[in-house]
Design a protein around this ligand. Sequence first.
Ligand SMILES: NC(=O)C1=CN([C@@H]2O[C@H](COP(=O)(O)OP(=O)(O)OC[C@H]3O[C@@H](n4cnc5c(N)ncnc54)[C@H](O)[C@@H]3O)[C@@H](O)[C@H]2O)C=CC1
Ligand SMILES: CC(=O)C(=O)O
Ligand SMILES: [Mg+2]
Length: 625
Amino acid sequence: MTNFSHKLRLSSTLLRRLQQRVTAANSDKFRSFTTTEGHRPTIVHKRSLDILHDPWFNKGTAFSTTERDRLNLRGLLPPNIMSPEQQVDRFMADLKRLQVNARDGPSDPNALAKWRILNRLHDRNETMYYKVLIGNIEEYAPIVYTPTVGLVCQNYSGLFRRPRGMYFSAEDRGEMMSMVYNWPSDEVDMIVVTDGSRILGLGDLGVQGIGIAIGKLDLYVAAAGINPQRVLPVMIDVGTNNEKLLADPLYLGLQQHRLEGDEYIAVIDEFMKAVFTRWPNVIVQFEDFQSKWAFKLLQRYRNTYRMFNDDVQGTAGVAIAGLLGAVRAQGRPMIDFPKMKIVVAGAGSAGIGVLNSARKTMARMLGNTEIAFESARSQFWVVDAHGLITEAREDIDPDARPFARKVKEIDRQGLREGASLVEVVRQVKPDVLLGLSAVGGLFSQEVLEALKGSTSTRPAIFAMSNPTTNAECTPEEAYSIVGDNIIFASGSPFKNVDLGDGRIGHCNQGNNMYLFPGIGLGTLLSGSRNISDGMLQAAAECLAAYMTEEEVQNGIIYPPISSIRDITKEVAAAVIKEAREEGLAEGYREMDSRELHKLNDEEILKYVEDNMWSPEYPTLIYRED
Ligand SMILES: NC(=O)C1=CN([C@@H]2O[C@H](COP(=O)(O)OP(=O)(O)OC[C@H]3O[C@@H](n4cnc5c(N)ncnc54)[C@H](O)[C@@H]3O)[C@@H](O)[C@H]2O)C=CC1
Ligand SMILES: CC(=O)C(=O)O
Ligand SMILES: [Mg+2]
């Protein structure tokens, strides 16, 4: 009897194993019949542990029985075969449990612990990492991106485990052309490069800035479906002027002050030449370069290379979309935008980028004449660390000069050179107060009180600086001081505000993450050799048009991050259409320029969608080198 029941148990175990094999075999069969990008078999040239240690190919416990045999994996994994969904469930359960228990420090006990857990997953299984990220983007974008990525960069020396991306340093001068060939992939679509000189609002973090390039590329994969095998985070280490880091023996970067002038430019030139030689079709996104270099490098490279500066150009587009949303939210037509009075706090790469773009947009709406361009200038008041910028200022920054107020003009307004932000807000009574200053709390109680005098029926507050502690004010402060009838956006995520009686004070996330992935993807798929102003403008207009009238009336001027993949697809399509119209679209792979021109709007969207990578395991086939 005992024997019989034992046999029964055995046979039920056997049966379960057989079922698992059949399921696994069927899923293999299913995979081999589908032919989209994610389902084609991938040829591999390695087996055994080499596969398990390779995050591009690793499937962990999801390797089927036949694959385990084919790839010499049998015995190297626990015997139970899991589906990708089960893997994600198991990981999520662990993540939730650990986030309750883990403690990293008093300020934010869980954020770094979550980042660590996700990073470990990124190291061992890229597909699953992105499945987790895409499936839970609202919850984990704030971990892999702002605000936690700022904390990660600040603590990078301690957090560094497995290297990711490439490092080019001042010591590598003359070697970069050969170094690029050390990267294992022949195909790279997207590079995000930083020199670490202005990471979010946290200043110079030197080599530790690599974290921001990794975080931005995570969004390229999650939002734009850029294949993770074809992204490359890059850190150009030309030294740091952060004395604390220079004094830290554990600092991972060059222990020297930053290169300046021609020496600095020579390093960046060499890097650009090297990457475009190896990967002529790559797109390079410049990220978090201090303002003094951001504009110069953009002008230097934008007509020669396929590149853009996210802080200058991506931020500008997101701000324009938000500003147009603010006009609509006041019940006015978008064409009223040139009548808005806008006070901008911060005249760095981001602030000046927004100002230039807003001025051009206004001028276009006013007929695109020189007079229109000139008159649009007078809608802006710019305040930097030294107060209101006027033509009376000595040593005025050339990038800010076009926005310096005329002395006579501000005299009439009861203002003067260097007037404080609160004075400016009080006198101007603006429709919009926009902060890109990196100064947390700059929109103080006094400033917000002054904004109550705004002539607008619904003033808009954009506290766009990152990370969270650098926000110019919180949504609670804005709603409680200025009133319920405002529009609010911040660069890093905040919770909505409960206004009582079931009413919600919406907190929009005004962050360039809504544009840069679509700009990159659209450029890639259009095959344009440059990223034109028109393509950037098309991206911004697409984002502005994404919100419905009802949403805008409710104060929602940006989409929720849960729809970032969809908005990115739309933005990419808009970029492709504009590139095509400007005669820049040279096509991508089998979609040549002629074919691209034949596509209607729907077909362009489908073309974009078909080229977006999804986190699904391909069937792996072994082949000798
Ligand atoms: N939400 C988003 O998508 C983006 C946000 N940003 C954020 O914008 C901030 C600024 O970035 P950058 O322009 O590159 O930096 P930056 O350092 O070049 O510029 C900062 C500007 O703020 C001014 N400033 C400093 N103290 C001030 C004060 N008390 N009052 C008024 N202005 C003051 C400075 O004079 C300077 O003009 C950062 O925190 C960054 O994270 C940047 C890009 C995108
Ligand atoms: C969002 C971004 O690019 C920044 O804060 O620099
Ligand atoms: Mg940035």
